[in-house]
Design a protein around this ligand. Structure first.
Ligand code: ATP
Ligand code: MG
Length: 510
């Protein structure tokens, strides 16, 4: 176990409390990470001083004034934030929480009341796992674990053995707050990436048994709290193991049950894994590459539509339209978990378009431009990331075979070409002025036709030329114009159709 030192800001805060006759401890995740030799995410201090007292003691801390106090009383749980003026982001605001004990839990998620407590032991007893239920007494400068570590539940031993174990009877603790079921899995994934390489943490047997038995209690927990823990799990570098553990322990059913439909769902001759395992393997790869939350979620969910679209059995089974069905299922699941709108939209889009196919020589440059226009230039990189995760998650040898590298090359070539009406050399205003017409769908229709012509040949994106075309198009009847726009739409779809048909013939995967 590494040596540890306490930063000056924390010492100063502790000393202010102690000089005023109160106790001060480092507690929870901070102590755990310190003992693991991990960098601190934040420094949590706990004290027997009540929040009002803490506010009084620290309002003028580090240059705070009566008008602009250095304290923020953040919530109902007795946590006061102290602004330290430190440059270090982990020290900017240090949270001081008053010792707390939780009353009876009748609803499996909230204590009926939160009471302030008098002793650190009481405070530690309300915490979830032994490794999170330790404190370091800050009364002396020279900290020695032997004398200063408060560890009534033998958390230090569990840290050494890499064991996640509830404080006290798991049955009781999970029944108090069922989110802890999920936190156990999240910590086992998160901590396995800390404390040196290849260090697998395990959930203690009895705790595991109790999770399995009580998994159903998760349904009492607010979706937002589940989402926060699930997201943390997905963002660890052991996300795939985490999701397998959620399945094994019976928790996944209460988070994204749609994924479980793939568990017994065999694929066809192109796949060795079941749909479920393939999805998780794709997440594993997206994680290995340190891709974004959206790419990780899209990878995990990219084939979630397969079980419901499966047709036939054995090696010739097909999954037509699974990407459309899957995009919908993913949207519903992520909405239910209250993921932010932009995250849901992005993931849905990535799944919808993960099935492109590209054959060198078969697809023209304007076809690639149309593909970029369709999926959005801002989504291209992530769509390729999901595709790469899909490939590697199928146990194929290479992330980027020649065809895909060629597509990348083509995309790079067309990346800066105009692919959106906003990128045209003429705007809606110009169309209205040139034709002397008001804002109307007709203006949009004309812009759409112009864009289509520019997608065929970006050199046409030139003001004089396009203005001429506006006048010509302006002379057409609305039927003629609609016909032209429809032609453009067909061309845009044709890239997809072409590739989809081809895919269907060759790979039976659609
Ligand atoms: P990290 O910051 O890496 O997520 P952490 O241990 O700080 O880890 P938090 O969720 O920030 O996790 O919680 C801080 C501390 O509060 C925990 O270490 C634990 O002692 C306690 N705690 C948090 N949530 C619960 C809970 N649901 N039940 C009991 N104790 C909890
Ligand atoms: Mg924390």
């Amino acid at each position: 176990m590494k040596e540890f030192s306490i930063p000056e800001e924390i010492r100063n805060i502790a000393e202010t409390l102690i000089q005023n006759g109160f106790e001060a401890y480092l507690v929870g995740g901070s102590v755990r990470d310190l003992l693991l030799g991990e960098p601190q995410k934040d420094w949590d201090i706990t004290t027997n001083a009540r929040p009002e007292t803490v506010q009084k003691l620290f309002s003028t801390f580090a240059g705070g004034t009566a008008d602009k106090p250095a304290t923020v009383y953040e919530n109902d749980f007795g946590t006061v934030g102290i602004k330290t003026r430190s440059e270090d982001p982990t020290l900017k605001v240090v949270e001081i929480t008053t010792f707390r004990i939780e009353g009876k839990y009748s609803d499996k998620r909230h204590p009926d009341e939160v009471k302030f407590a008098d002793t650190i032991h009481e405070d530690l007893s309300r915490r979830d796992f032994t490794i999170n239920a330790m404190a370091i007494d800050l009364k002396t400068k020279d900290i020695k674990l032997k004398k200063d570590l408060v560890d009534p539940y033998k958390g230090l031993e569990d840290i050494k053995d890499k064991i996640i174990r509830t404080v006290g009877d798991p049955e009781k603790r999970f029944n108090e707050d069922a989110l802890r079921l999920l936190r156990a899995v999240r910590f086992s994934a998160q901590l396995s990436t800390q404390g040196g390489p290849a260090s697998g943490w395990e959930i203690q047997k009895e705790t595991q048994k109790s999770i399995k038995k009580n998994a159903g209690l998760l349904k009492y927990i607010a979706e937002e709290r589940i989402r926060d823990e699930f997201q943390k799990l997905i963002m660890t570098s052991r996300s795939a193991e985490g999701v397998f553990a959620l399945q094994e322990l019976g928790l996944l059913e209460y988070i994204i049950p749609e994924l479980l439909e793939g568990a017994g769902c065999k694929q066809n001759k192109h796949h060795v894994y079941t749909v479920f395992e393939h999805n998780v393997r794709a997440l594993e790869y997206a994680t290995e590459k340190n891709y974004s939350l959206e790419v990780r979620l899209a990878s995990l969910l990219h084939d979630v539509g397969k079980p419901r679209t499966k047709n036939g059995t054995g090696e010739n089974a097909t999954f037509y339209n699974h990407e459309m069905v899957g995009a919908r299922i993913a949207k519903d699941a992520l909405d239910r978990l209250k993921f932010p709108r932009d995250v849901v939209q992005k993931v849905r889009h990535l799944i919808r378009y993960h099935m492109f196919y590209y054959n060198v020589g078969e697809v023209s440059e304007s076809g690639v431009r149309r593909f970029v226009a369709r999926v959005g230039v801002e989504n291209i990189d992530e769509i390729l990331n999901v595709r790469e995760a899909d490939r590697v998650g199928s146990k194929v040898p290479k992330a980027f075979p020649y065809k895909l590298r060629h597509l990348l090359f083509m995309i790079d070539k067309v990346r800066h070409d105009p692919v959106h009406p906003k990128m045209l050399a003429v705007r809606g205003d110009d169309v209205m002025r040139l034709l002397d017409i008001p804002a109307s769908p007709r203006v949009g229709e004309i812009l759409f036709v112009l864009l289509d012509e520019v997608l065929d040949d970006p050199k046409r994106n030139e003001k004089e030329y396009l203005e001429g075309r506006v006048k010509e198009l302006g002379a057409l009847s609305s039927e003629e114009l609609k016909h032209l726009a429809d032609e453009g739409r067909k061309k845009r779809d044709s890239f997809e159709e072409e590739v989809e048909n081809d895919m269907k013939k060759r790979y039976f995967v659609k």
